[in-house]
Design a protein around this ligand. Sequence first.
Ligand code: UTP
Length: 408
Amino acid sequence: MNDTQAYELLKRKGQTHILDFFDSLTVEEQKHLLAQVERIDWSVIDAAMHKDEPACRGKIEPLDAIEAAEIEEKKERFHSLGIQAIREKKVGCVLLAGGQGTRLGFDKPKGMLNIGINRNLYLFEMLISNLTKNTDAAGVTVPLYIMTSDKNNQDTVTFFKEHDYFGYPKEDIIFFVQEMVPCTDFNGKILMENPSTICMSPNGNGGWYTSMQNSGVLEDVKKRGLEWINVFSVDNVLQQIADPVFIGATIDSGCVSGAKVVKKAAFDERVGVLCLEDKRPSIVEYYEMTEEMASSRKQNGDLTYGFGVTLNYLFRVDMLNAMLGANMPLHIAEKKIPYMDKDGNYIQPDRPNGYKFETLVLDMVHMSDSCIPCEVVREKEFAPIKNASGVDSLESARKLLSANGVAL
Ligand code: UTP
């Protein structure tokens, strides 16, 4: 794309300010900016204009989970089904590590956070250790695909290399990079980082399978003949990965996906709840629930909508393949986005000043025909590090790790 073509396109889109400093740029910078303009996904920007249209939800009903007690009872059967699938090399894992972790405020990829106290214990290392426990028990390794973004790929790959992949076989760790989308101000105008660079942010964790396809990594999934993928977040230090019991329970249920869930700590806990929407599995966010719905109870006194998702899912690969190319809902978040103002000054806002656009993995659950919620015991398997302090922080995660016998 040349500068005239870029100008014409941006004029049609009402975004010519992107080229305001074009004449003062070096040839290299101009090329860089034009390449960015060419790659913009305009469907995302158009969505900013329709942001006030209310999202319509279907009929919400409860979806029963297999609770921890039932899992305990059937553990042997689930375990042997899961171990068999792992041994038959049908299972792969995807670590979602492309997020920016802005709430934590750590300036490196979140997985590089040192969670140890008397020794170094990195978040990535802990996740590999959790995975290795299960692959050792099965006697085989599983491929681990790691999604990064343009912002953190280099640091992440180097970190793994420097630590010799934390003892995991190098050939089973495969990195891929997710796509980026522009950020806009509240009027839908694309923000600039500097005269030659558009403000971009990772496009959310919902595009992971599409990014695997775009980056060519899906070929590896096909070559290995994987049938199930366990996708999980970077920040839950206690989660089990490639957990044979979870895999076995999902296979046994006949569902095409499974979700690790925890019993809500209180009716108004801020977690997404797995339920049915128009008879399909769906996750309703805490802010979408009326108080009546959130506090409603079953006859036995348990909360009707009592299980929160933990961002650890199992998906059947044929279902993921069928979903490729489908449109996913776009979530628009108000964020603090550092930007360059019209006079060329770099501004670091202290309150939200624009939108970031993301698709979310939880929407893939609604696109599945069926999903089985499997309860895991919160104190044993749920210790996310989201915030700098307080709830779901490094401090709370360390307490839970210690309670589970992890030496820090
Ligand atoms: P979060 O919703 O916690 O987002 O991601 P985040 O970007 O890490 O953190 P905040 O909101 O800025 O504080 C949940 C999981 O999804 C991954 C994250 O790395 C984390 O494992 N993720 C999120 C991606 O891989 N890509 C994204 O674009 C966003």
